[in-house]
Write a protein that binds this ligand. Structure first.
Ligand code: IVH
Length: 676
């Protein structure tokens, strides 16, 4: 163990400060001030120091968000102050009735100014957070309002919840309440992933949040990217805050994410305008709102009005109606996905729904389609479940004789013509031709997608061009493309082609977990990929794992384990992995690359190597990784710092330079013998 010097302590403080600042900017201010790779590097440095000096670990350290022990169950906690629910109003008339009601409890004098605070009603799950001496010590669900569950470990993973309050002079005990929510893109991603593993879909983001918060493993929660808007503050009795508006400001100053669309309204008319404005604008928000919450601003007034059995008299939720629209089915088509799954879709007259124009709705599978009895020409009611996935709710009755004939699924793949299969006991019909262009297209679209290799500029259109031109027959072919052969394709200029090649090249830096997700193994969504990559740090280890050892990973069930095992038993997939390895794609975790400070190979530890020419048994990259794993360093050019130059076939000028500097030359065989 290294000595704990004042320099190390200072470095830890500095690292924490930098990481906290970057986190706050990213998750609360929505402003990225640090590149991901730098963040990762600093985070790892802090993690390493803390590993060597555990006495330095504090609960508010950025490394301490995700605990490593899953909860065995959640403990019930009685709320010291109950969490009340809100009374609902469904129209302006009911809002006015609420105003009359509270005014009947409190006679407003002529010149008294009454303000309302309007907030968006976030559709998530309420949480109560306790801070003691500025540190987050407890996070509890709302439960039934009187008793909730202690989910502190999960709450700590929500990046927009500060582990430590920002201002030093905070009171001893502070309770902050607010709404945990799932941004819509995250909700969408989660459901796509669940669809892949045949887990039941979350009907809306609220259910997804509730389900996530009750996960026993905080690692899974941390990967779901929940957020939190703070909206209620309980301070000890004698404090100087007099209103909701001041509370929100206090919360913001303490580092909480407070919804920016709050408004202080001096009259009920302003409240109505706020409600009308957000009725339209809420469609463009990246999270779901189902109404607005109106609160009387003044705490004195709130205290006088008090509560009914269930609700505060000083607040009300004014809700927006759920959106459903009617349209007509123009066509029913089937879509072949990257797993070969054939999904029927309704193509409809375009209609506005939840802020977007909708013209397609999924009909899921043959059974669902039959149950709906949907036919071309039918009038249907569609709805966006959780405002994101349009679905056909039901078909409106029409004169039976005027309806077209029932739709039946095609027997052959519309893309490659091969016979479709519906395995016994499964709901999904599949194309099982592995050369089906739809499957290749889908695999490539998935590979380049945001959560996988994130190759910007390589959209579906270009992918189709690349496939049709014969340039790309496999994912690995992307890494053989040159500016010249892309620029030959229709409508792609030299500049875009070279940008594309650069973006593809850049994707080689993406970590192993993303690569694994990108491979599109059935049931391996990005959360599972991360779990697998954390437990199997190289592709070799993963490919050799048995079904039993795969399913020992928490969060990985037998279905996933079998799917991964089977995937690595297909020779085409092994060839793909080999080709990706040659293309220098990350097939192991970075952690594995971090130089070890101890190594039994003392000839390698802390030595600087340069490799030149072609080696005969190893690729240069493999040699590099072997050296790095054992604590050596590999650089590109020979200098007086170089310890060894490893010489392969047709090595060039580096040999001469090394000789002049008196540097040791090694053959590949000599290098390998250093590992004996
Ligand atoms: S105030 C006594 N403000 O809506 C005050 N609640 O239907 C109670 N909610 O349980 C809460 N956004 O989970 C408040 N800006 C907001 C809110 C909000 C969402 C939720 C909260 C509450 C439910 C009541």
């Amino acid at each position: 163990m290294k000595m704990l010097t004042p320099e190390i302590k200072q470095r830890v403080a500095k690292l924490r400060q930098q990481l906290q600042k970057a986190n706050y900017a990213y998750y609360v201010l929505d402003n990225s001030i640090m590149e991901d790779s730098i963040y990762d590097q600093l985070y790892r440095e802090l993690q390493n120091i803390e590993k060597q000096h555990p006495s330095l670990i504090t609960p508010d350290s950025p490394t301490q968000r995700v605990g490593d022990k899953p909860n065995s169950r959640f403990i019930s906690v009685i709320h010291s102050i109950p969490l009340y629910s809100l009374e609902n109003a469904f129209n302006i008339k009911e809002l006015k009735e609420w105003q009359e009601r509270w005014q009947s409890y409190y006679a407003v004098s002529n010149n008294e100014k009454i303000d309302y605070v309007c907030e968006l009603k976030i559709d998530g799950a309420a949480l109560a957070l306790t801070y003691k001496n500025g540190l987050l010590i407890k996070g509890v669900t709302r439960g039934d309002g009187k008793t909730g569950e202690d989910i502190t470990q999960n709450v700590r993973t929500i990046q927009s919840i500060p582990l430590k309050l920002a201002l030093d002079n905070s009171p001893t005990i502070v309770e902050v309440r607010g709404e945990a929510f799932l941004p819509l893109d995250e909700f969408k991603r989660l459901n796509v992933e669940r669809e892949e593993v045949k887990d039941p879909l979350f009907a809306n983001p609220r259910n997804a949040v509730a389900g996530t918060l009750r996960q026993l493993d905080p690692k899974v929660v941390s990967q779901r990217r929940l957020q939190f808007f703070a909206y209620t503050l309980h301070l000890p009795q004698n404090n100087s805050l007099n209103s909701q508006w001041e509370s929100l400001k206090w919360l913001k100053n303490q580092g909480f994410l407070v919804n920016p669309h709050r408004e202080l309204c001096p009259s009920l008319e302003d409240v109505v305008n706020y409600f009308r404005h957000w009725e339209i604008s809420r469609r463009y928000l990246p999270y779901m709102t189902d109404g607005v919450v109106i609160k009387l601003n003044n705490f004195g007034l709130q205290k006088q009005l008090g509560f009914t059995q269930k609700f505060p008299r000083w607040a009300i939720a004014l809700k927006y109606p759920a959106e459903e629209v009617i349209t007509r089915v123009k066509e029913i088509i089937v879509n072949v996905g990257r797993t070969g799954a054939v999904t029927p879709m309704a193509i409809m007259e375009p209609v506005h729904l939840g802020g977007t124009i909708v013209q397609r709705a999924t009909l899921h599978n043959h059974d669902h389609l039959t149950k709906l009895d949907i036919r071309i020409g039918d009038t249907v009611i569609i709805r966006k479940a959780g405002e994101i996935i349009p679905e056909v709710l039901r078909v409106l009755p029409e004169l039976p004789l005027l309806r077209s004939k029932p739709y039946s699924m095609p027997s052959h793949c519309p893309e490659c013509g091969s016979m479709l299969i519906r395995p016994l006991g499964e709901a999904v019909t599949r194309c099982i031709n592995i050369s089906c262009p739809a499957i290749l297209r889908g695999s490539l679209v998935h590979w380049v997608s945001r959560d996988a290799l994130n190759i910007r500029g390589l959209g579906e259109k270009i992918i189709v061009l690349l496939i049709n031109s014969g340039l790309v027959k496999s994912i690995a072919d992307l890494y053989c493309l040159s500016t010249e052969n892309i620029a030959i394709l229709d409508h792609i200029g030299q500049k875009s082609a070279s940008n594309l090649v650069a973006a593809i090249e850049n994707s080689k830096k993406q970590p192993w977990a993303r690569v694994l997700y990108g491979l599109g193994i059935r049931y391996v969504g990005n959360v599972t990929a991360k779990l697998l990559a954390d437990n199997f740090c190289t592709v070799e280890k993963l490919s050799q794992a048995s079904i039993v050892s795969l399913s020992l990973v928490p969060g990985v069930g037998e279905g996933i384990a079998k799917s991964v095992f089977n995937w690595f038993n297909i020779s085409e997939n092994i060839t793909l992995i080999k080709r990706l390895k040659n293309a220098e794609i990350q097939l192991q975790t970075y952690d594995d690359l971090i130089p070890k400070t101890t190594s039994k190979y003392t000839k390698i530890l802390n030595k600087i190597f340069v490799i030149t020419g072609t080696l005969s048994t190893l690729t240069r990259n493999e040699a590099k990784k072997m050296i790095e794993i054992e604590g050596g360093k590999v650089t590109n050019s020979v200098s007086s710092n170089t310890d060894y130059l490893v010489v392969g076939k047709s090595g060039g000028s580096k040999i001469i330079k090394a000789k002049t500097l008196g540097i040791n030359l090694l053959t590949e065989k000599e290098l390998l013998s250093m590992f004996d």
